[in-house]
Design a binder for this molecule. Sequence first.
Ligand code: BMA
Length: 817
Amino acid sequence: MISKDLHAGWTVRAVGGDVPAVVAGRALPATVPGTVHVDLLATGELPDPYLGVHESDWAWFHRSAWRYETDLAEPAAEPGERVDLVFEGLDTVATVTIDGTEVASTRNMHRTYRIDVRELLTGANRLTVRFDSALEHAEKVEAQLGRRPRAYPHPVNAVRKMACSFGWDWGPDLQTAGIWRPVRVQRWRTARLAAVRPLASLDGSTGRLAVHVDVERSGLEEAGELLVEARLPALGVAGTVRLAPGATAAVVLLEVPGAPVWWPVGYGEQPLVDLQVHLSAGDRDLDSRALRTAFRSVAIDTAPDEHGSRFTLLVNGVPVFVRGVNWIPEDHLLTRLTRDDYAAALDRALGANVNLLRVWGGGVFESDDFYDLADEKGLLVWQDFLLACAAYAEEEPLRSEFLAEVRDNVVRLSPHPSLVVWNGGNENVWGHEDWGWKEDLAGATWGAGYYDELFPSLLAELDPSRPYSPGSPANPGVPASELHPNDPDHGTHHQWEVWNREDYTHHLDAVPRFCSEFGWQAPPTWATLTRALAPEDLRKDSPAFLLHQKAEDGNGKLDRGLAHHFEVPQDFADWHWATQLNQARATSFAVEHLRSWSPRTMGSVLWQINDCWPVTSWSVVDGDGRLKPAWYALRAAHAPRLVTLQPREGRLRLVLVNDTAQEWVADALVRRVDASGEVLASEWIGVRVAARGTAVQAVPVLDGALGGTDLFVADVGGLRSVFSPVEDKDLPVAADALEADARAVEGGYEVRVRARSLARDVAVLADRVAPDAEVDDMLVTLLPGEEHVFRVNSRAAVDPAEFTGPLVLRTSAVVSA
Ligand code: BMA
């Protein structure tokens, strides 16, 4: 097999639609892999759609058509030789031609395509790929199959293109087109490895690897017996299987006694194992594949218990409390993302003590880099199939597309130890139950056949090594007709009422078994916001701000959510800080509640870790990769050892969660203080929490806490939890509680603060001073006389005093004046 990338020499030009004059008739250099948006931006003649109101300036694109072209200088095929054109991803409605002869027509960006082109090659061919409007295609399919319910205006459920490509409640409506993943020419003879699917498991200390191999025979020559060899060179283990003439599938079983065991972060190491697979015929090497995998087992315990039914992830037989986050595309223009971008994004997740990323169904099956890095870092991955917030027709032309894309991606992702859950989709089973779809559908198909039949049967064939859930939320194994799919006592649960209608304190109303979505909004950091918006647009009601706030009544919900706890500030900069602080509070509140109930609750998956552009959203890291205050709150709430004060049956309790393998023995200091921070009562108690255990402790000083007006502070081994029964707006904390000074140090600045009186949630919003500045900690609560030093990393040369200015050094007294 000779494989060559075909990434050079491409041009792209508009061939349909109402395109701007600056690009009409022009052949532009095209980056492959890439998308037309990125090439158009590279001309510098069109505005960046992420800035100001320019997203709207790109709406013309949705009904345009484009032609990519390059020379295909491939010598004619020799007798017996196959020459294939392999596209790993075409976004989306594409027609591939060679010298004007159509060789493929595609409608699915999530699939790969292999085209046998041997008969057309002359050594000097012209290869073109035309992209037509995915929107117009979807409209036609919808007209043909009948309109089905969907949460967004465009018919995203009628074409196999990333759903959020058409806009989402945090994402722009920029419908990309292009050769978005690698394209190759492959020349081969006799046979090739069509699919290699290693499925790992662990049986006691013995690792087993079933290497499933599918072979494609060229069909051009008499091929006799083939030999498949699979080797784990570092472990000195190998196996072979002979394929009789005509046979196309084989399994090589490898057994490794005392195998190195892969664990998620916080549970052990991540030893990865190189796997080499060779295909040969006699003494001829035909094809080979180098992959990396690891030994581990995974299951989900869904057994009934006294509270309902569990949803507990088991890795190597050990229950893992999921400290997870939902992941969306890291850049709406996906093809700009590099391995370094993924590494940085995954490090921000790890930094927030995250152990699982849920790749959400409105996005994509991520790049290989994403899963490789997750394998290396010990981040678990839960992968949705790509269906979100809509009913999906089960008829053609969609059905076979689902089948093909799931096949392709289950095979591609099968080696990755990080991948631990296959999930049918996002909120589709729930939507069908609760969002009025049944009436609209009037008996039409909506996807049940995918979630309950097609996906499970494909997984039974291709990957029985991983658990499957029909959706999020869902109750695996129980039909929605018997049990509400979002029942918190069973399976997975999405908690959106607190954001949409109630208040984050209403998280206390339920103890879900596994909360796979909940979240709270805030704008991006100041540096990101001011990169995207002009100074005159820094108002809640400016058209530009509103274009970067996509949620239904988003600002209304932000303000109502804020008003429960704080005076809603009039000044925009103060409002910006207040909403960020409220998001941080909401984040800690939810995560601490969920963790405090472990092991009854075994998962907390925050919506959402990241953004795909600068926007007000539920993310804790903004679209430019800057950390919002809520990231620091998440990091603290996710700390392996957590101290929290939680109401239980009308009383306040000290709850200690020990998500480590060692027993936790410590002394806790619990104090009652007034609004100035003066200590009114205090008590030391010894605590002992089993490894991976939770202790709920009554402490006399907490008696009467819930009805009163005093605050409570619990300190255990450097960790602090603060509880106030009174809302901040009714708490007379001093606005001038802090004394501060700052100085330049190697690599940045130090900001030293000292509390004169109680100072809650002290933050240095360092990005306001220098866009590259990142602070090591945030949301620190200080009692009178206590000091804290914040470290700001920055290369910028600024006056250190700026870090102590009223818009930068903040506390829970949210007004800066
Ligand atoms: C859920 C998610 C997303 C959405 C989020 C916020 O519905 O699955 O579709 O962005 O809530 O509304």
